[in-house]
Design a protein around this ligand. Structure first.
Ligand code: PLP
Length: 451
């Protein structure tokens, strides 16, 4: 064990003992093809036996550097000891009663914590569900009920889930919507202030995109028909697009002026990921409702809806809930995550990760004109790849670089409406030597892919 190793986690090293995927993973992949439909994909079909700190270990004994965190879920590290301990103890007491049948304290404690840590110091209420999509869908249900209005406004490049309503809210056809229609009614899409691709440049993107959205909402829908605006404070699957400054505050202000509820989808951005507890804090935006999931419980399935008490308290008893929502194992895990974020200084760790990654990626972009944009905050960082000298997306190079990273033992994810974004979501507890080594691997992958 080196000084950088983490108690309870596998050795914090990149170690390749077979090709990637190795023979045992390939054997399991053959079994899977006979059992699981291809509609459920996997970024990298190495079959995992163990993970923790900054690594994922596979059945062939390879140890990969983790720049994915299971899509921004294991912010506190996989199998985080505090999470494991609390879940283990809870599993020995009881595993389920259904909060709607006989409640338990940990559910209430998680809701109290969400009410305390989400943006804004107004009175709030929270309840718990199982997935990000379920949280977003419930937030919309509540907004429609509370306002008595039908319309929901979303944005270009948005991703909100795979259920009927949330895939309707989602912008991208392939793979999320293709041939899955007809879609839910009363969903309207507005432009997003995408700094890199805004026609008049990044400086004007915020005010111009907000003005266009306000104009379209007013003219095409009528503000008085809109229940809610649903927006990711940083678009995740859409390519880690940080809306240009001023965009979110202006949209939030327009909502306030018109009795429209502002729903922040913080499913991917929440729980210290961006160097703030929630990404809305960056511009001081206080949402009426917040959907949370991914990072909330260290990998156990849990999601939350938090909102203004006066809005949430309008829903009649029985109007909200679900059999598994706020499962006691998941609630214990969430309480451990919240302790870990505070005690482990994970907000600061996320900022540090950004401070290490961004300068190295900017230097890489100097050498590789295919890197059109480097962006992100905290430990939610991306590069957008284009054909040199243009802004034409280059999804082919993107998947080539990702494949080379995977083969060299670095787990990276892609994203983006045009499939041309490499995104980096390391666990916030990743040791610095692995962060640096992961960036070395990425640099080599760029060098080889563009040679
Ligand atoms: C992942 C994600 C969702 C959907 O969450 P699931 O748990 O997969 O249903 C919704 N919104 C955003 C922003 C996400 O990143």
């Amino acid at each position: 064990m080196t000084s950088e190793d983490i108690p309870g986690a596998p050795p914090q090293e990149r170690r390749l003992v077979t090709e990637i995927p190795g023979p045992r993973s390939r054997e399991l992949q053959r079994r899977r093809i006979g059992a699981v439909p291809p509609g459920v994909g996997s970024v990298l079909p190495v079959y995992v036996t163990e993970a923790g700190g900054g690594v994922v270990v596979d059945v062939d004994g390879n140890s990969l550097i983790d720049f994915g965190s299971g899509i921004a879920v294991t912010n506190v590290g996989n199998a985080n000891p505090r999470v494991v301990e609390r879940v283990r103890a809870q599993a020995g007491r009881f595993t389920h009663t259904c909060f709607m049948v006989t409640p338990y304290e940990s559910y209430v404690a998680v809701c109290e914590a969400l009410n305390r840590i989400t943006p804004g110091d107004h009175e709030k209420r929270s309840f718990l569900v199982n997935s990000g999509a379920e949280a977003v869908e419930n937030a919309v249900k509540i907004a429609r009920h509370a306002t008595g209005r039908p319309a929901v406004v979303v944005f270009d490049h948005g991703y909100h889930g795979r259920t009927l309503l949330t895939m309707t809210l989602t912008a991208k056809n392939m793979p999320y919507k293709h041939r899955f229609g007809p879609f839910a009614p009363e969903v309207y899409r507005m432009p997003l202030a995408y700094p890199y691709r805004w026609p008049t440049g990044p400086d004007d993107a915020g005010p111009e995109a907000a003005a266009q959205a306000v104009d379209q909402i007013t003219k095409q829908i009528g503000a008085e028909n809109v229940a809610a605006v649903v927006v990711e404070p940083i678009a995740g699957e859409g390519g880690f697009i940080e809306p240009a400054p001023g965009f979110l505050p202006r949209i939030a202000e327009f909502c306030r002026e018109n009795g429209i509820l502002f729903i922040a989808d913080e499913v991917q951005t929440g729980f210290a990921r961006t160097g703030d507890l929630f990404a809305c804090e960056h511009e001081g935006v206080v949402p009426d409702l917040v959907a949370t999931a991914k990072g909330i419980a260290g990998g156990l399935p849990l999601a939350g809806v938090t909102g203004r008490a006066d809005v949430m308290d309008r829903i009649h008893p029985g109007g909200l809930g679900g059999t598994y929502g706020g499962n006691p194992l998941a609630c214990e895990a969430a309480l451990a995550v919240l302790e870990e974020i505070e005690d482990g200084g994970l907000v600061e760790r996320a900022r540090r990760i950004g401070d290490v990654m961004l300068p190295r990626l900017r230097a890489l972009a100097e050498r590789h004109p295919a890197i059109g944009d480097v962006r992100g905050r905290g430990a939610m960082i991306a590069v957008e790849l284009v054909r040199p000298g243009t802004k034409d997306p280059d999804p082919g190079l993107t998947s080539d670089v990702a494949r080379r990273c995977h083969e060299a033992g670095l787990l990276v994810l892609t994203a983006g409406t045009y499939g041309n974004v490499l995104r980096f979501l390391p666990p916030l507890v990743i040791p610095e030597h692995l962060l640096a080594e992961g960036l070395d691997v990425l640099e080599a992958a760029f060098r080889d892919a563009t040679a």
